[in-house]
Every structure is written in structure tokens, then in C-alpha cells.
Design a protein around this ligand. Structure first.
Ligand code: COA
Length: 146
């Protein structure tokens, strides 16, 4: 099941964030995201247990993926792909989508590439530990009327 998260989900999302990332977002940052009017957090659950989530911010027809995580025991079983597919489907083909990813995060870069995200730049020393971010972009599909 894929559902929209709300502020009541903050603790479980924070726990997954801590397990999954070396430099996790804290509870306050996650709460802020859950309250964003132009933002959205969507989670995936199995038998009512939240096992991963994605955070998106959208302004007009431009979205940014801020974060995506699948809890450790459930990684590499297709859930990240399902969550991203669902999210891109909801955003619609007419939306440009951006994201930043650590240059060392090859699994995530591979996942995004499978969805036709392209590397368009590097933000040097973007992360607090000095690592560069790769900027990836998925262009909205343009339609030609015939
Ligand atoms: C990145 C992440 C969300 C992917 O979710 P997932 O459920 O593990 O991935 P899936 O099983 O759906 O796999 C989708 C694709 O991702 C890539 N992938 C996932 N795990 C991988 C790994 N350990 N090594 C290499 N590629 C991997 C592959 O391209 C895979 O497609 P394939 O199975 O056809 O090869 C998940 O691994 C995760 O939470 N990682 C830690 C948090 C993180 O780095 N988030 C990204 C921040 S930008």
C-alpha cells in the first residue's frame, strides 16, 4: 500500500531515517516537511508497517525529490522502484523533476537513471561532510498536437 503521510507518522519516519542514513534528517526537519503546504510525503507500508517513504516539493509544474528511503530489511526488493513509479505517476508527465544525490550513492543514481533522470550538474561540497551532490533532472514530456 502506498499512502500519503501526515504528522502522526513523524516518529516512524524519523526512526527509518536514522537507520538508513549516515547523516539523517532530524525529527524537527521531518515534521516541517510533513507540514509543508507545497510538499508531500508518501510512504509505502506492508501489513500496516511503514517500510519507506519519499518527500517531494512541488511549485507549479516543477517538483523536487528531497528524500527517499526504504528501511534496511526491505531494500533491493523492488519497493523503492514502486514508490518512485507511483510518485512520478502522480506528478504527471507534464512536471519537471529535479533531485540531488550524493555522488557516492550509486544504488540511488542507478535507480533514478532507470526512470530516465539525467545528470545535469554537480553541486560541489553540497553536503555538510564536504561530499559533492549530483543534480539529476527528468524533463517533462512535451506533447505535439497533430
Ligand atoms: C535507494 C533506495 C531508495 C532504493 O530502494 P530499493 O527498494 O532498495 O530499490 P529497488 O529494490 O526498488 O531497486 C531499484 C533499483 O535501484 C538500484 N539499486 C537498489 N539497491 C541497489 C544496490 N544495493 N546496488 C546497486 N543498485 C541498487 C537498482 O538499479 C535497482 O534496479 P534493479 O533491481 O533492476 O537492478 C534504497 O536503497 C535506500 O533507501 N537507500 C538508502 C537511502 C538513500 O540512499 N536514498 C536516496 C537518497 S538520494
Amino acid at each position: 500500500m502506498i499512502r500519503r503521510a501526515n504528522i502522526n507518522d513523524v516518529d516512524v519516519i524519523t526512526e527509518i531515517e536514522i537507520r538508513v542514513f549516515r547523516h539523517p534528517w532530524n525529527k524537527k526537519q521531518i515534521l516541517q516537511e510533513l507540514k509543508q503546504e507545497n510538499g508531500k510525503v508518501v510512504y509505502v507500508e506492508i501489513e500496516e508497517v511503514i517500510i519507506g517513504y519519499i518527500m517531494i516539493q512541488t511549485v507549479k509544474n516543477e517538483s523536487q525529490i528531497l528524500n527517499i528511503a526504504i528501511d534496511l530489511p526491505f531494500q533491493h526488493r523492488g519497493f523503492g522502484k514502486k514508490l518512485l513509479q507511483h510518485t512520478l505517476g502522480e506528478l504527471g508527465a507534464e512536471t519537471d523533476v529535479f533531485l540531488e544525490v550524493r555522488e557516492s550513492n550509486l544504488p540511488a543514481i542507478k535507480l533514478y537513471s532507470e526512470f530516465n533522470f539525467e545528470e545535469i550538474g554537480v553541486r560541489e561540497q553540497y553536503y555538510s561532510d564536504g561530499e559533492d551532490a549530483i543534480v539529476m533532472f527528468k524533463k517533462a514530456e512535451s506533447y505535439v498536437l497533430v
